[in-house]
Design a protein around this ligand. Sequence first.
Ligand SMILES: [Zn+2]
Length: 141
Amino acid sequence: MENLTTTRICYKCDYETRTATETCPNCGHRLRTAQQIRMLGWLLTAIGGGLTVCMALLTVAVAGIMVPPFNRHASTRFTGGPEAALLIFSIFGFVMLFGLTSVFAGIWQIRYGRRNKHLTAIILTLAVVFIVLGVLVQILL
Ligand SMILES: [Zn+2]
């Protein structure tokens, strides 16, 4: 029977050991206990959840300004074209997707006491795509 409290797992390469070493012999990364990975999981879930809720509220608020039937304040009328509206909602949607993936990754870590490599790869890919898109938007607009 495996004792999870003393098992140390490499956060980077999933190397597992029960000896009390601080660094991973495989990649040199710091080893973490399952308990520490679960704590990071809670953090990831909280940040991802917060991000998703903020973006959802922002989407509702912006949609309220953009969509004429819901806009009761003529002074804050949205003046951009449909392309600008699409771009704004794409960004919101993208950040929400990023947040939701973080929540899933966090829950996984809490549940299993280790990191899900696939979810981490997705989060990193989303982050890179988002940065690239941000740079492109700045160049193009
Ligand atoms: Zn390692």
